[in-house]
Design a protein around this ligand. Sequence first.
Ligand code: AMP
Ligand code: MG
Length: 361
Amino acid sequence: MAAAGGLAVVLCGCGGPSVRQQTSVDTAMGTIVSQTLYVEEADGTDREAAPESTMESACATVMEIVKELEQRELSWRIEGSEVARINGLADERDSEEGQSPGQEKGIAVSVSPPMRDILTQIWQVSEDSGGALDVTLGRLSRLWNLDGREESGDGTAFSGVPADGQIQAALDQTGYGRVGFWEDGITLPPGMQLDLGAVGKGIACDRIRAYLLSQPQITGAVVAVGGSVVTYGQKSDGSPWKVAIVHPREEGNYLGLLSLTGEQFVSTSGDYERYVMVDGVRYHHILDPATGYPACSDLCSVTVVCGSGLLADALSTACFVLGSEQGMGLAEIYGAEALLVEEDGTMHMTEGMKMIFSALE
Ligand code: AMP
Ligand code: MG
């Protein structure tokens, strides 16, 4: 079982006589990328078409796709990425002009067609979740040092609990509703900073699936990018793909297994992934955009299954913030399957989730 984020890929059965199977584990996007590929044996002796070389180059390409997505498009930390460029423009103008209270200056920034598509989908989830998902909270995620990489940090998440005043000041520079969309770009208030951390791994899964579709020799695959997984194609024995859901409170244990077909995406968001305990309070990496503090719903883990990596990732974060009742409602709007777990272990499942989830005793 290869563990990655809140999910683990379970490999059962063999590749069969004419299909080779290989698993490899690497890191990208600050997380573990675990991929298992099934490749059909080619006829003849063409070395280029040998399954080993197909495997090797496919594995390398998958890693490249994830790294390029981070470096060129999504990372707010990497100079030259599209998000860093957008943030840089908003930041520059903020320090140049300052802000007059009550007067919103919009900064028009052009964005690439793929980024516009990504942002449009995210904004829809923000609207449908009443702002529970809000990728304009970049100022807040930096303040909380959610990924532990700020210079003052010691390499672990969180440098301490920020003061209320700092949180309020960062909160003042957030708000998805303050961003305008126009044909070639977006208009955002000075100082606002985007953080696409809630959807990046899901988008990586979408890109991986598009690549796998273009590779006829690859008959099946399951790839986990941290807490987001894509299943593709079939195993040669026809059995379903199995993905295990990490137990949110028992390290090394699993809540249960999902049985999946070859066109699904899974994302898990949990308060156990990155957190610190301070005076008995768990400070974790999923923020409530309404308060600026870590979300304090009745949930400790949310898993969403649907036909889009971006949506599975966006919805798992949003449902976590919303809590069990509203979270179920949001999943239903998207026809997604959801498993919501409360602190005391109580599980809430959509009807479809009940069919594909089996609890581990
Ligand atoms: P995930 O693990 O997919 O639930 O995403 C968590 C990451 O998304 C955090 O590390 C932040 O970078 C960012 N984030 C945290 N809370 C939110 C939120 N409510 N809306 C959008 N992004 C968030
Ligand atoms: Mg997410």
